[in-house]
Design a protein. Sequence first.
Length: 231
Amino acid sequence: MDNMENTAQQQLPAKTSGLAIASLILGICSFCTLGIGGVIGLVLGICALSAIRKQPGRLKGNGLAIAGIIVSCVSFLFVIAQLMAILMPALFRVKTQAKTIVSSNNLRQLSMAAMIYSEENDYKLPPSESWPEVLRPYCSNMDALLKSPFDPDAGWAYAMNANLDGLKLSDIEKPAYVVLFFECRFGSPAGGGRELLPEEPRSRRGYQIAFLDGHVECVRQERLDELIWEP
């Protein structure tokens, strides 16, 4: 009797693994589920292969399981690639913004040092050709301040408006529009004018400029004519 039951069980047609089917479906759906379905589909596909190998003749769907694994992997990688394509520009903008903030802080500290120097020297501004050394006693990190976060190894990154060399603060009108320090081409002299500006601003927001009243601003190229270089 037992032999007849075993023979009957052996003659039953093999069932298709539900896990294999689910793996393929989830792999396909993963394109619409941000890759989550792909991860589940991959796990189910591997489980389906294991179950089919343990029950030969009773379970089938080996091809479906393999297809589910492949589709799940491809869909997951595709979704990851799409997310990276979306996130990378945003990450680049954040990184650029951080560098812009550091550069602005550098200029702000240089301006503060120049103001302290002027208070101790009859309210006269420092000499434009030697201001880095003259202001060094007022900035413990002068070497770091002179470097641009956009390219720290390129060298000197900022210059002083040479037209302010030795002038008294009280003799200058409209300090909020008068350029004091500004980002310059790498390798430029310590002092100069608008001609020392880089061809393109390092920040996406514009040229970084410190004004005589102490504020720092990103100025777009079309607004440069509004600034006062010769007070």
